[in-house]
Design a protein around this ligand. Structure first.
Ligand code: SF4
Length: 233
């Protein structure tokens, strides 16, 4: 378990909550627009944090912190993720998981064991373009299974899509909407090009607010998703 980043308190990583954010190194995907690629490749220059130090900080500051966000990278690559999350739950903290949704069976077990209070799952793009967005071949049925699992509503959740031009077009958004139809919440996030892994993506400008608002009103027109909103605009 490599802890390669820690934010002591954040107002933007869990809507409505003050959270501490933990970034675990490594990921099974290779998204070319990844903002956290130094964490993904476990860059040697990154500081390594110790779990006991983070726990001590959390315990000393529990009055100000509602919960812990476990992010990455992809936290579910670690078999030890169960004990890791249990550590925070046993101390009384709420836990949010950020995940790309590919480790369906780990997600299922975490939910069954009541170890999660909120899940934010990425939906990268339409299923037919998924391999482009994640930089490798994948078994799309695992993503579909995770979508259906979250839609059951055993844990509070959001699906989230980063609006990367070319990878996520109006047509892709319409396709995603059908795939997640009936979902509780879908968040459309602004793409930030500065820190993108690939130089090509560093040159791609994000959609303008006007374009994104047009997408939003189109997606909201038939109420197939209960709540859709923008983040970062
Ligand atoms: S899934 Fe997330 S952390 Fe992993 S490569 Fe893609 S954007 Fe980066």
């Amino acid at each position: 378990m490599e802890i390669l980043g820690f934010i002591e308190n954040s107002l933007i990583d869990w809507d409505g909550k003050i959270s501490a954010v933990i970034f675990l190194g490594g990921c099974n995907f290779k998204c070319p627009y990844c903002q956290n690629y130094l964490i993904v490749k476990r860059d040697k220059a990154l500081r390594r944090y110790q779990l006991l130090d983070l726990l001590e900080y959390l315990k000393n500051n529990r009055k100000f912190i509602d919960g812990v966000v476990i992010s990455g990278g992809e936290p579910l690559i670690y078999p030890g993720i169960f004990d890791f999350i249990r550590t925070f739950k046993e101390e009384g903290f709420l836990v949010k998981l950020d995940t790309n949704g590919y480790f369906y069976f780990n997600l299922l077990s975490l939910i069954k064991e009541n170890l999660l209070d909120y899940v934010a799952m990425d939906i990268k793009t339409s299923f037919k373009k998924y391999h482009k967005a994640v930089g490798r071949k994948i078994e799309i049925s695992l993503i579909k299974d995770s979508i259906e699992l979250l839609k059951e509503g055993r844990v509070d959740y959001e699906f989230r899509t980063t609006l990367v031009p070319k990878l996520v077009t109006k047509e892709d958004l319409l396709s995603i909407k059908e795939e997640i139809s009936g979902a509780k919440r879908w968040v459309l996030q602004k793409f930030v090009n500065q820190n993108a892994k690939s130089k090509i993506y560093q040159r791609i400008e994000p959609y303008s607010k006007e374009e994104v608002e047009r997408f939003l009103s189109l997606l909201k027109s038939d109420n197939k998703i209960k709540e859709i909103y923008l983040r970062g605009y």
